[in-house]
Design a protein around this ligand. Structure first.
Ligand code: F6P
Length: 363
């Protein structure tokens, strides 16, 4: 078996807590156990598309200080440069050949891709075309990669949202208000559900379950009847209005969710005397200091990814299942997209806690 001498690592898609810990773990195990050289690719695949290449040979010095506890990724990332449709000078170009030639020029034996399912799909296709050796590590605050119980970044996002609810609780109580916290979650409501339970929310709105403003108001009245005069509502950004439309912001043609919290507040205040205020947590969920479990998960994923590369087991995705890291084929890893399901333990937990989760949460 040909010995692996040189590997690359890149972070792709939205950043999140734990990415620096993953890169660190890859470097340490590659260097200490296998004496491999490790190249950090800057800004996702952009570092391989640019000429001259934007890459950095990683050394112990690269990890000096407290990098392990910092959010984001020191390599940089990129969530809009699909190399098959790369936008440059008003045109869409296929720049995948540049990535392949950069990989060959660097003489890499393997490349570790830390990304979500979208990045995995793209990198896997490029690897097939160019005969590149890749191994994937899943990261996404949305935790919607079905095959792994946890992706890097999710727990940090949940922690940030829980802390926000903790802070909102005291001001809600001081003013006797309903505080609405809007959190991320592009298609899945895992952050809202988990933080809602941890932060003691009364109402959790997620995109998977239909709700009505009438149902939300009924719940607020029910709480009031129990002589409690303040309320916590958490809503995932991708929850739709009652008429089925999404609440989106348009940033120079880039559509992003944002504003459903204000819609819910306005509807409640139009119809009742409950006073509402809205906080949108946004990218704090991504840039927050990574919680211990994300650093641990990232470290375990990094070590396993390097072991796979050393064994020349490519096209694999490392995943967390049953208290351990295992690997599956990238195809199997990204085929199951995981939303919140009514049979999930946490969904049932929330219901048993009396949290409003929509009008017909049991059916
Ligand atoms: O998929 C991760 C995520 O953080 C979503 O929860 C959110 O909708 C989106 O990315 C935001 O993307 P951007 O950083 O491009 O605004």
């Amino acid at each position: 078996m040909k010995k692996v001498k040189k590997i690359g690592v890149l972070t792709s898609g939205g950043d999140c807590g734990g990415l620096n810990a993953a890169i660190r773990s890859i470097f340490l195990s590659a260097k200490k156990i296998y004496n491999m050289e490790v190249y950090g690719i800057k800004n996702g695949t952009l570092g391989l598309i640019k000429r001259p290449l934007d890459v950095e040979k990683l050394t112990y010095k690269s990890f000096e200080g407290f990098l392990i506890n910092q959010g984001g990724t020191f390599l940089g990332t990129n969530s809009k440069g699909n190399p098959f449709k790369f936008y440059k000078n008003g045109k869409h170009l296929d720049v995948t050949k540049k990535i392949i030639s950069a990989y060959k020029y660097l003489n890499l034996d393997g490349l570790i891709v830390i990304g979500g399912d979208g990045s995995m799909k793209i990198l896997k296709k490029i690897a097939e075309i160019g005969n590149l050796n890749i191994v994937g590590i899943p990261k996404t605050i949305d935790n919607d990669v079905g095959v792994t119980e946890y992706s890097i970044g999710f727990q940090t996002a949940v922690d940030a949202a829980t802390k926000a609810l903790d802070s909102l609780q005291s001001t809600a109580a001081s003013h006797g208000r309903a505080m609405i916290l809007e959190v991320m979650g592009r298609d899945a409501g895992h952050i809202a559900l988990n933080a809602g339970i941890a932060g003691g929310a009364d109402i959790i709105l997620i995109p998977e379950i239909d709700y009505t403003i009438e149902g939300v108001i009924k719940k607020l009245h029910e709480i009031k009847k129990n002589k409690i005069g303040h309320y916590l509502i958490i809503v995932a950004e991708s929850v739709k209005k009652e008429n089925g439309s999404n609440v989106l912001n348009n940033y120079n043609k880039q559509k992003r969710f944002g504003g459903i919290g204000h819609y819910v507040a306005q509807e409640i205040m139009k119809k009742t005397d409950f006073e509402c205020r809205v906080t949108s947590l946004g990218h704090i969920q991504r840039g927050a200091m990574p919680v211990a479990i994300d650093r641990i998960l990232a470290s375990a994923f990094g070590v396993c990814a390097v072991d796979l590369i050393a064994q020349r087991k490519f096209n694999r995705l490392v995943v967390w299942q049953d208290r351990k890291v295992i690997d599956v084929s990238i195809d199997d890893g990204i085929k199951d997209y995981r939303k919140v399901r009514k049979q999930d333990t946490l969904f049932k937990t929330a219901l048993s806690l009396g949290i409003y989760l929509g009008n017909n949460p049991k059916n």
